[in-house]
Design a protein around this ligand. Sequence first.
Ligand SMILES: NC(=O)CC[C@H](N)C(=O)O
Length: 339
Amino acid sequence: MTGTPSASSAPLPRIRLLATGGTIAGAQTDAVARGYHAAAFSIDALVAAVPQLATLARLDVEQVAAIGSQDMDEGVWLQLAARTEAALAQPDIAGIVVTHGTDTMEETAFFLNLVVRSAKPVVLVGAMRPATAISADGPMNLYNAVAVAAHPDTHGRGVLVVANDEIHFAREVAKTNTTQLGTFRATHRGLAGVVNAGRLHLYAPPVRRHTCTSEFSVAGRSELPRVDIVYAYAGMGRELIDAAVAAGARGIVIAGVGDGNLNARALRAAADAAQRGVVIVRSSRTGGGVVERNIEIDDDRHGFVAADELNPQKARVLLMLALTKTPDPRAVQEIFFTY
Ligand SMILES: NC(=O)CC[C@H](N)C(=O)O
């Protein structure tokens, strides 16, 4: 299906913009300078720079944070989830757009995809070029994001990310390039759709559970269980895994080599951690493919969890939420096959 909502005399949908900062709000000292400050502009300034937004929706704006997304943390996630759910509970709000830095956008998107109980659209948007750059990508990305959030056909598709004329599912999207506009890629199951100057072309809906059908809620929580990521490499020792356990991790995601692999020393440390009740999830540092159970590592014997299709940073988000429900690695494995 295609297009913008049909012209009628009905009032435009009301969309709430939740701003967190990032490069979309970033300023350079001059338009070709390489250094810049994220989160220099307020959401009001971003909206004022795109007057065409007024043809798509009636906008409310709320500044939740003003940070580069390298500083995103669970405190802001919990606040963002609460603000999103509160706004979507208002009958007159049709959807949410969250402006966000691109570095950790995939994590925030997946987190909201798992905890926001609403079928209304939630769309994250960022930019690769600062607002003051030549050919800044933020204004068109913002325009497209509002068009996606205002469109009735995006209901029930989970949290979405809009960038570079593409619409991504939160579960699938990954930042894959440090600087290029096409940095966001769909890792496994493809795009949610494309958007061309506000006109939508939506593809198949997501297959895994999300938002309304998710079992997770963070309402009333002030923190989440600690989960660390340990990156595997040739010749690694056991020390980083032991350090995570000593620091109080309740879960550890291994960014394993190949299909979530570890050498013998690190495997011993992971098995010891699992024995002590720390949930070990094996993901992959490769950036693609599935980590299946019991291929080269005996997950059944060690009590490990295979990350299935999730990259390490998304596996961490799901494990933090899974640990709010259960410390049992078999139950956590079911969760990883479900979301
Ligand atoms: N292009 C970007 O958004 C990256 C800038 C910044 N580090 C951030 O994530 O907010």
